[in-house]
Structure formats: C-alpha cells, structure tokens
Design a protein around this ligand. Sequence first.
Ligand SMILES: [Ca+2]
Ligand SMILES: [Ca+2]
Ligand SMILES: [Ca+2]
Length: 179
Amino acid sequence: MPILILNILLVLVLCGCAAKVKNGTGTFKSEKETVYNLDINNDGKVDCLWAQDLSDPKNPKTIWRKDDLNFDGKFDIEQNFKFGKISDEKMDLDFDGIFDAYNQYIDGVLVKSEYALTAKNKTDLWIYYKDGKVIKKEIDTKGKGKPDYFEFYENSKLDRIGIDYDLDGIIDRWEKKND
Ligand SMILES: [Ca+2]
Ligand SMILES: [Ca+2]
Ligand SMILES: [Ca+2]
C-alpha cells in the first residue's frame, strides 16, 4: 500500500514539475551541471531539485533529481541518471526520513529492487527482473539478513517456491505452483 501511495504522489509531483519546468530557475554549477529547484506548495522549502547537463542544448539530459513527495522538507525519492536514462533510485516509502527501497537500472530498464519492509535499514526483500519482468524474489522471513524464501517466476507468473530452512544457501524444499 505505501508503494501505491508513493506512486500516486510521484505522478502528481512529476506532473507538477513538468508543468513548471519552464519557469524553474536554473543555477549554473558547471558546463555539465545546471541545478533547478521548485517549491511546488510555496512553503519556502524546495520539493523538487534536479540537475541537467546542458552541454548539448538541443538534447538536455537529466543527471540526478530529488523529490519531496509529502512536502515535509525531506526528500523521499532520489534518482541518478546515466546518459539521460535512470540508473538507480532510492525511496522513503513511509516518509520517516529513512530510505526503504532501492531500484537499480541498466540502460533505463529495472534489473533489481531491494526493500526494507519490516525493519529499518535492513533489506528483507530482493526482486530481480529480466527485460523489466520479475524473475525471482528472495525474502528474509526470519530477520537474519539472508533470504530463506524464494519465488521463481516464468513469464511474470509464480512458477515455483523454494525454502532454505537452515540458511546455508541450498534450498531444502520445493513447491511447484504452475502446471
Ligand atoms: Ca515546499
Ligand atoms: Ca518528504
Ligand atoms: Ca522510510
């Protein structure tokens, strides 16, 4: 549920930024980096901060951006870009000031996600993607810092589940899901 809320807020903020970009004032930092900021709700705190590489004026490229989605003065999503495409991002899903989710991209396509859902600063869910589709989920159900529950997907459908009871990295029980 927090992810859904974040996504909705993100869409709203991104729309807001896109609509106001033309009016945003850019601060020239270097030939490679011009930083823009926006205070969407006019409370004096920046909600949207981003840098662009304007060395090719016809093809400006975003280098990084940060968004405060709930307007509390803390950035909830921080993104980095390579050659204008997103390369990684971290998100604070519950707005407590601690990042809980991390996404990694190759060539703008999501390849890996990590979430700390039950404890702060402790990853307990790893998701792997191929061609943007989930292929594997690894879950730490015991809070040991290592996954013990594995889900394998075929064509985005859960195909089989594996459980590693003693955390030696070898799956001890398999369950087939798709026939
Ligand atoms: Ca603000
Ligand atoms: Ca915030
Ligand atoms: Ca958080």
